[in-house]
Write a protein that binds this ligand. Structure first.
Ligand code: ZN
Length: 250
């Protein structure tokens, strides 16, 4: 019956991906994520349930609004599919456990944060604060609240220090997202997250320097880098750290 679990997890991912699209679009504008009902940004027509089936509606409508034929961004179905993929990767790693639930909550927060940062260059408190709350509640349920608090304080604190030293390179939203990631990854997972984020950030900075002619003053949207590093650290960090240390001690 394993395939049934995969199907359920994938459908959950699609549904939360669809909700993520709403969050990504509305949170930075200060709008409610519940009201009004989903509508076409072009003609304002309220969308019916049949228009809102993740990925499938987009394909059936061939990427156009049913009412005004305006083009719908392919990003909507891509976000839905990506969330389903992230949920499946989390489930593959942690199976039927509270950690899977925690990983799904983290994936949701990360994908929303990364794309809002790409769109608007900020990560709103209305995303990071509920995410921090979710991390602490889930950690309490799994009996690892202290680990989550330590991870959050250390990673948030390090990013606060980096922001002060770098003089505006990192925003307040980045610092709060780092604290959220630390809380989700716990201790010492937060350290693995820090290592991975630094590696990914370093590679990305090199890419910008070499291929984009970036200078020291180029503004970098750090949200997606944090998100990728955090997702990898949460799911694979302990494994990779174990391999690394066993290789060191050979
Ligand atoms: Zn329309």
């Amino acid at each position: 019956m394993t395939w049934m679990y995969y199907t359920i997890v994938a459908i959950l991912g699609l549904i939360f991906g669809s909700f993520a699209n709403v969050v990504i679009h509305r949170l930075p504008r200060g709008e409610s994520v519940v009201f009004p009902a989903s509508h076409c940004p072009s003609c304002g027509q309220i969308l019916s349930t049949g228009d809102l089936i993740p990925v499938i509606s987009y394909l059936l409508l061939r990427g156009h609004c049913r009412y005004c034929a305006a083009e719908i961004s392919p990003r909507y179905p891509l976000v839905e599919a990506l969330m389903a993929l992230l949920f499946l990767l989390v489930f593959l790693q942690w199976r039927l456990s509270l950690t899977t639930l925690t990983g799904m909550a983290l994936s949701f927060a990360l994908l929303c944060a990364a794309l809002i940062d790409v769109d608007c260059g900020l990560i709103p408190n209305r995303l990071t604060m509920p995410a921090l709350g979710a991390a602490l509640i889930l950690a309490t349920l799994s009996g690892s609240l202290l680990s989550a608090l330590l991870g959050g304080l250390v990673l948030g604190g390090l990013f606060l220090a980096l922001a002060l030293l770098s003089n505006g390179g990192l925003g307040g939203g980045d610092i709060k997202l780092a604290a959220v990631i630390g809380a989700f990854c716990g201790w010492p997972g937060a350290l693995t997250a820090l290592v991975l984020v630094s590696l990914i950030g370093g590679v990305y900075a090199l890419y910008l320097l070499i291929f984009k002619g970036a200078g020291r003053k180029t503004a970098v949207r750090f949200g997606p880098i944090l998100a990728l590093g955090a997702f990898l650290a949460f799911n694979y960090g302990a494994q990779w750290a174990a391999w690394y240390f066993s290789w060191l001690s050979r």
